[in-house]
Design a protein around this ligand. Structure first.
Ligand SMILES: NC(=O)c1ccc[n+]([C@@H]2O[C@H](COP(=O)([O-])OP(=O)(O)OC[C@H]3O[C@@H](n4cnc5c(N)ncnc54)[C@H](OP(=O)(O)O)[C@@H]3O)[C@@H](O)[C@H]2O)c1
Length: 163
């Protein structure tokens, strides 16, 4: 089961200078809670932004680079087709595609679930979520996030299932 998990600001911005454009601890907590014990699939740039493999998760990285350039515990895949094959072999596992834009764009037709955090604010950015046809999905959950000193935005957590 392929699940996209991301956060976006106004206009679908998701990244700036290889990092997230915001600091939103509540969303980091959501990310950790959702993905722990499962698998995260990341493009090489997004994986680089993690600095190290995410603990207590299977880390899959998509890259053209040799596997030797990555930590031993990381599963390296060299193509989008290889991700599809990896997913086909694991139909009951939760495989969280965590970006970035290149990987999301390539898997738009394959994704089963969308976990989107919508941040109601403008951010400067250089990377955007590709356009998603939400008519193909049903919103099954929407939860407002807590706006407080540590999380100074209005934001919500949404979950969509493919029709
Ligand atoms: N807001 C969010 O939720 C969120 C989520 C994820 C990422 N981000 C942000 O998005 C930005 C990164 O996104 P991005 O789109 O620039 O990069 P990305 O998708 O994370 O990684 C791109 C890299 O993936 C590899 N790749 C892509 N297509 C491939 C293919 N068909 N076969 C093999 N390898 C392939 C290539 O790695 P090689 O060059 O090594 O070959 C490519 O350079 C960062 O700013 C990050 O913080 C935000």
């Amino acid at each position: 089961m392929l699940i996209f998990l991301w956060a976006e600001g106004h206009d679908g911005v998701i990244g700036q200078n290889g990092q997230l454009p915001w600091h939103l601890p509540a969303d980091m907590h959501f990310f950790k809670t959702a993905t722990t014990g499962h698998t995260v699939i990341a493009g090489a740039k997004t994986f680089a932004s993690f600095k190290r493999p995410l603990p207590n998760r299977t880390n899959v990285v998509v890259t053209h680079q040799a596997a030797e350039k990555f930590p031993d515990e990381v599963v390296i895949l060299h193509s989008i087709e290889a991700i599809r094959g990896y997913a086909r072999e694991r139909p009951t596992e939760k495989l969280f595609v965590v970006g970035g834009a290149q990987i999301f764009a390539a898997l738009l037709d394959d994704v089963d679930w969308l976990y989107r955090t919508v941040i109601d604010a403008d951010f400067r950015g250089d990377t955007w979520m590709p356009a998603i046809d939400y008519d193909q999905f049903n919103l099954v959950k929407c939860q407002t996030g807590m706006h407080d000193a540590a999380n100074p935005y209005d934001y919500r957590f949404e979950q969509y299932q493919r029709n």
